[in-house]
Design a protein around this ligand. Structure first.
Ligand SMILES: Nc1ncnc2c1ncn2[C@@H]1O[C@H](COP(=O)(O)OP(=O)(O)OP(=O)(O)O)[C@@H](O)[C@H]1O
Ligand SMILES: [Mg+2]
Length: 341
């Protein structure tokens, strides 16, 4: 999985990582994000329709879970943090569902505002299976608007963030390009001294944030060239210059992650498990959550990145966007440093 030297290093820092995780519940975080609801509808194939050459499914189950920026919010809460969500939902059933899920785990939704013009961003996967056969996705239906959020709503979100700045230890911006992270919102969020940015587009809009967590394609788009082992250092330097950030954590899928800092240092962490990887969707949100909590409770940036990597190694084993807990993280760490047991 990784070499003996890294294993030894991990064994040495494990007690410290455990002590940091013990303090996750002290952390208070505000997330300004594009909130999405992921829906999974499944049914058994009954027959072919007579109206059209399509399958008719008998509905069996509907699963609804937070996605996009809502997944970052949910991950933070499941790791034990005190979380305030800031974002937009439509005046629809999906928005109510998302709010209900948040409130069921104690997330503060005072900053989740109602957008009368646009629907809650919802991605509905419809999957079917024949009798005693595997389930497979047939179609996905997305509900979203390409229109920007109403300017008054943007200002209301920004005002809410400003009002809450003193009550949280960090602000996370989770930008999936759906319009919550407008200029006024970004400006308000960046007033905090600890800001973590996960954005699919235009990193430079968040210039001056503390840490960014682009995945490889996002990093490549930002610098304008493809990134490999040979030019990794150059890419890190370019990204830091572009964003004026203190640290840049590039997540690199099965290659793990690389951390670049203003002082010129660069460290890479291998993926903690490359077997039993079922679904990497949302792993980036999990990284952001654990990284942020680590930084809040006093981890060094590389320790915080290790915690992010550890948390990600758990969720990539689960289908769909997923969350993990401190208990699971500790168990996973124990497994990593005691191979064969
Ligand atoms: N195939 C894989 N095998 C092992 N670990 C993985 C794999 N893919 C991702 N990971 C872990 O998850 C972390 C984040 O993954 P990735 O770089 O894919 O994030 P991402 O693309 O931002 O995810 P998303 O946007 O869907 O949340 C990686 O740094 C690594 O620790
Ligand atoms: Mg991501």
């Amino acid at each position: 999985m990784f070499d003996a030297a890294f294993l030894e290093h991990l064994q040495a820092i494990a007690p410290r990582l455990n002590a940091l995780m013990d303090r996750f519940s002290e952390a208070r975080v505000l997330v300004a994000g594009d909130l999405t609801l992921d829906e999974f509808l499944t049914g058994q194939v009954e027959r072919l329709s007579r109206e059209a050459p399509v399958l008719i499914l008998r509905h069996e189950a509907t699963r609804q879970i937070p996605g996009g920026g809502a997944n970052a919010v949910y991950n933070l809460a499941k790791l034990g943090a005190q979380v305030k969500a800031v974002g937009l939902v439509g005046k629809d059933e999906q928005g109510a569902v998302l709010r209900r899920i948040f409130e069921s785990v104690g997330i503060d939704t005072a900053g989740v505002l109602l957008d009368g013009d646009r629907p809650t961003v919802t991605k509905t996967r419809i999957s079917g299976h024949a009798r005693q056969s595997v389930t497979q996705q047939i179609v996905r239906v997305d509900r979203k608007s390409d229109a920007p959020a109403d300017p008054d709503l943007q200002l209301a979100l920004a005002a809410h963030i400003r009002q809450q700045l003193d009550t949280v230890d960090a602000v996370v911006c989770s930008d999936y390009g759906d319009g919550v992270l407008s200029a006024p919102v970004i400006e308000a969020a960046l007033q905090h001294s600890l800001t973590v940015v996960d954005t699919q587009i235009d990193l430079h809009r968040f210039a001056g944030a503390t840490v960014f967590t682009p995945n490889l394609p996002e990093a490549e788009k930002a610098v304008g060239y493809s990134i490999g082992e040979g030019n990794l250092l150059q890419a890190g330097a370019d990204l830091l210059r572009l964003t004026q950030a203190q640290h840049m954590l590039m997540t690199r899928g099965e290659e793990g992650m690389s951390l670049f800092s203003r002082d010129g240092s660069q460290q890479s962490i291998p993926a903690f498990n490359r077997t039993d990887v079922f679904d990497v969707t949302g792993a980036g949100d999990t990284v952001v959550a654990a990284l942020t909590l680590g930084l809040i409770v006093g981890a060094t940036p590389i320790e915080a990145a290790m915690l992010g990597n550890l948390a990600a190694s758990i969720v990539v084993r689960q289908f769909g966007t997923a969350t993990t807990s401190v208990l699971e993280m500790k168990a996973a760490l124990r497994n990593l440093i005691e191979p064969g047991e």
